[in-house]
Design a protein around this ligand. Structure first.
Ligand code: G3P
Ligand code: CA
Length: 252
């Protein structure tokens, strides 16, 4: 049986560091993963999508414009072209030289330093592209340290088929009428709604927990909301401020 991500009595909220420690360090870079780890986050969220030549790379937007010194759609740029871009200077001069990581390099970093990856299969992937992601996770021997999430149920259907060992989470910006049914159907370990969506029906937690499914809420950066969510019995928080949430947990 897969590990349960449901919070046990006495445990604090699980910290999932959104795009790494992205409030302090440029998102989805090696540096943002390192800082999140040092802050005490066990899990780092990164977004993955394929380059033009099919290499899974770590980037949130569909274009490189916002977070690098280049321009254009990720899918029109080769891995070599992407590797030449600077992914730190847009954030602050101290981060010049940060690169768009490949999935392989990000896995290698986490393997070396410790830490686990919450990997969002971003946008639209083909089954072959999902298969490539699975192959890279397995090649690094990281299957026991990766959790996959997506807004797209089809990605999770393929993941379940191709990599039954990986725990899965469904991202939602509005709640499903019956979250337990969809969780059972997809074989989810977690149901991950936005804070706005979750607040429309916090009572979903009980049914999901009864089915062994964890609830992780995104993207939550303030203590007022952390308290509300803790009291609503959610399991984890996807946050841009992992250091602050670790401090809040410690004081709890
Ligand atoms: O992990 C939740 C969150 O990452 C989903 O939204 O746009 O930040 O990828 P986004
Ligand atoms: Ca994401």
């Amino acid at each position: 049986a897969r590990e349960s991500f449901v919070r046990k009595p006495g445990e604090t909220l699980r910290i999932w560091a959104h795009r790494g420690a992205s409030s302090a360090v440029p998102e989805n870079t090696a540096a943002s993963d390192e800082v999140a780890r040092r802050a005490g986050a066990e899990w780092i969220e990164n977004d993955v999508q394929p380059s033009k030549d099919g290499v899974p790379v770590i980037l949130h937007d569909t274009t490189v414009d916002r977070t690098t010194d280049g321009s254009g759609a990720v899918r029109n740029l080769t891995a070599a072209q992407l590797a030449g871009l600077d992914a730190g200077s847009w954030f602050a001069p101290a981060f010049v030289g940060q690169r768009i990581p490949t999935l392989a390099s990000q896995l290698e970093g986490l393997k070396t330093r410790g830490g686990n990856l919450l990997l969002e299969v971003k946008g639209s992937h083909t089954k072959a592209q999902v298969e490539r992601i699975v192959a890279e996770i397995r090649a690094k021997g990281m299957s026991s340290r990766v959790f996959v999430q997506s807004f797209e149920p089809q990605h999770l259907v393929w993941m379940r088929e191709l990599a039954p060992e990986l725990p899965l989470g469904l991202l939602r910006s509005t709640l499903d009428a019956d979250p337990v049914a969809i969780a059972k159907d997809l074989g989810l370990s977690a149901y991950n709604p936005s804070e706005t969506a979750f607040r429309t029906k916090p009572g979903i937690v009980a049914g999901l927990h009864a089915a062994g499914v964890a609830v992780n809420v995104w993207t939550v950066d303030n203590a007022t909301s952390w308290k509300f969510l803790e009291e609503a019995d959610v399991d984890g928080i996807i946050t841009n401020r992992p250091a602050e949430l670790a401090g809040w947990n410690a004081a709890f």
